[in-house]
Write a protein that binds this ligand. Structure first.
Ligand code: ADP
Length: 258
């Protein structure tokens, strides 16, 4: 698998009148085409900062982000961002919400609008296109948020604790559902989560960050024996518990050192 993104020695500090907060130090890792990577680490260690740098919102203070697309081109992958809340606007219909990104970016071409129609149909939301977000279930709102992101045809999806606003039961179903849809769409994903079970069940590889300033403490490739390939089934895989124990132990050391 070829890496589409390669982070080399990324460092970042926040500067304010109160002084300097070192967030990231020498972060290096690659992300393969189609790979799902989960990033876990103690609270406040710099996970969101890292995602902002990968998305291009924050320029890294030190280090480089190298891009190496499979076709040999060096353009930065188109990035889509999903945040902790779905951020659907109540004053717009579901349809008007999912085309918002296209509207803002002046990309309302017939092809892209047809793609949105297809996604609404595929994800079972076509009958809800004229409803308001409050009329949708938590899972349907996340699906709508995903369509809004996919409408811009990103190669790389960045998810910052996207399911943390949902109650536990809904979260299990929705995270499994959304990640299967992202896999089916052939996208690459980096997800930040503080839920170790979620990381193991969704990702091909888990990157553990140390306490601030964050360095990559360990990378754990996840290989589960699965009866079917849903993240929900992954939680019953025989290897699941030992991965959980390994991550828990590594993060436990970080908590003690904080
Ligand atoms: P995480 O996502 O792991 O919880 P963040 O990336 O949000 O961590 O933040 C890393 C550190 O940088 C924290 O100590 C946080 O308080 C600090 N920080 C984040 N944003 C700013 C900012 N705009 N100015 C100053 N410090 C910040």
């Amino acid at each position: 698998m070829q890496n589409i993104l390669e982070l080399k020695n990324i460092g970042y500090s926040y500067h304010s009148l109160q002084g300097e907060t070192k967030a990231l130090k020498n972060i290096s890792f690659g992300v393969g085409e189609g790979e799902f990577v989960a990033v876990v680490g103690p609270s406040g260690c710099g996970k969101s900062t890292l995602l902002s740098i990968i998305s291009g919102l924050l320029p890294p203070e030190r280090g480089t982000i190298a891009v190496n697309n499979p076709d040999g081109s060096l353009h930065y992958p188109r990035v889509g961002y999903m945040l902790q809340r779905d951020h659907l606007f109540e004053w717009r219909t579901v349809y008007k919400n999912v085309i918002l990104g296209l509207e803002i970016n002046h990309m309302m071409t017939p092809e892209r609008l047809a793609h949105v129609d297809q996604l609404l149909f595929d994800y079972g939301l076509d009958k809800f296109r004229d409803k308001r977000p409050s009329e949708l279930s938590g899972g349907m709102k996340q699906r709508a948020a995903l369509i809004r992101t996919l409408a811009l045809d990103p190669q790389l999806l960045l998810l910052d604790e996207p399911f943390s606003a949902l109650d536990y039961q809904t979260r299990l179903m929705v995270s499994s559902d959304i990640c299967q849809l992202i896999r089916a769409a052939g996208k690459t994903m980096i997800i930040i989560t503080h839920d170790l079970s979620e990381a193991i069940s969704l990702a091909d590889r888990v990157i553990i960050l140390s306490a601030r300033p964050a360095v990559v403490k360990m990378e754990v490739p996840i290989h589960l024996t699965l009866s079917d390939d849903s993240p929900l089934a992954a939680r019953n895989a025989p290897e699941f518990q030992s991965y959980f124990n390994q991550l828990w132990e590594e993060l436990g050391c970080e908590r003690k050192e904080m």
